[in-house]
Design a binder for this molecule. Structure first.
Ligand code: SAM
Length: 280
């Protein structure tokens, strides 16, 4: 899909783009191909695309896999897409707010699915977190987002980008690769830099069931005030004696800040505290 085609469809359909919906469409063939390649699709794959827009990614996904489920919030775009892809039997197009849809479908089995999407930036992180923490989460997540968000997703302990987003996504996934997508590849050109990131689901989950909720709580409370000693923050929810025993078991110092604690250490802390429900 070229820039000329995008302009033409918008004009013919009398569509003026909505900035709040993050409507920046990708028109660079090389970048689109690279994103699809990063999905490592095989013919049997089921692919979830969130925010198909006018369908430049969708048209490459349809022939590359068995099934595409595309969720678009803007009714005008859904109408364009349903005409454009009327003949594509392996495309299911849903008109919905993707975040609300995923929350409703929380129990759905996504384990054989891959996400390949140029996400709406305003809801990109919550969408990824929702999918990553689903009980049967997708095998692979390939997403184009703000470059700065991609840095936070991949970040390692002790860096300025490391935080809640890194820990919530890296619990179930390994950040495999990422590459920059230049602003000039979109129409209209976004104000921020963009990048595509590939997250591969871990072969074995580090945590299951209720321990995942505990991990999420520990991470969120632990990063409540980034510069504060984590123990002081966690003391609001757990008895100090239980925390001290858990810290000793995991082998972390009592003065440590959350930004220095690795995914594996947060996992061990959740396991060590698993018999101590938080008080809030
Ligand atoms: N995939 C297309 C492309 O690469 O050109 C469009 C990407 S554009 C960055 C994001 C798309 O997400 C827009 O089509 C927008 O209407 C849609 N969108 C915005 N918020 C959404 C939401 N909450 N749920 C589903 N789609 C949404």
């Amino acid at each position: 899909m070229t820039l000329t085609e995008i302009r033409q469809i918008l004009e013919e359909s009398n569509i003026r783009l909505t900035k709040s919906l993050g409507q920046n469409f990708l028109h660079d063939g090389n970048q689109l191909r690279r994103i699809v390649e990063t999905g490592k699709l095989v013919a049997e794959d089921s692919v979830l695309e969130i925010g198909p827009g006018l369908g430049p990614l969708t048209e490459q996904l349809i022939p590359a896999c068995q099934r595409v489920l595309a969720i678009e919030k803007d009714e005008r775009l859904v109408s364009v897409l349903s005409k454009r892809f009327a003949e594509s039997e392996n495309l299911e197009l849903i008109h919905a707010d993707a975040l609300a849809y995923l929350r409703r479908e929380k129990e759905r089995d996504w384990s054989d699915w891959k996400l390949v999407a140029n996400l709406p930036y305003s809801v990109g992180s919550p969408i990824l977190v929702e999918l990553a923490l689903a009980p049967r989460n997708p095998a692979r997540l390939v997403a184009t987002l703000q470059w700065e968000v991609v840095q936070r997703i991949k970040a390692k302990p002790g860096t300025k980008d490391y935080g809640v987003l890194s820990l919530l996504l890296q619990l179930g996934y390994v950040a495999e690769s990422s590459f920059k997508v230049p602003a000039g590849c979109f129409f209209p050109r976004p104000d921020v830099a963009s990048a595509c990131v590939a997250l591969q689901r871990r072969e074995r989950p580090l945590l299951v069931g209720g321990d995942i909720d505990l991990y999420v709580k520990l991470v969120k409370v632990g990063f409540g005030q980034r510069r504060k000693v984590m123990l002081k923050l966690l003391k609001n929810l757990w008895p100090e004696s239980a925390l001290q025993a858990a810290y000793e078991q995991v082998g972390i110092g009592l003065q440590v800040r959350a930004e220095a604690v690795s995914v594996e250490q947060f996992v061990s802390l959740a396991q060590a505290l698993s018999n101590n429900a938080p008080s809030k």
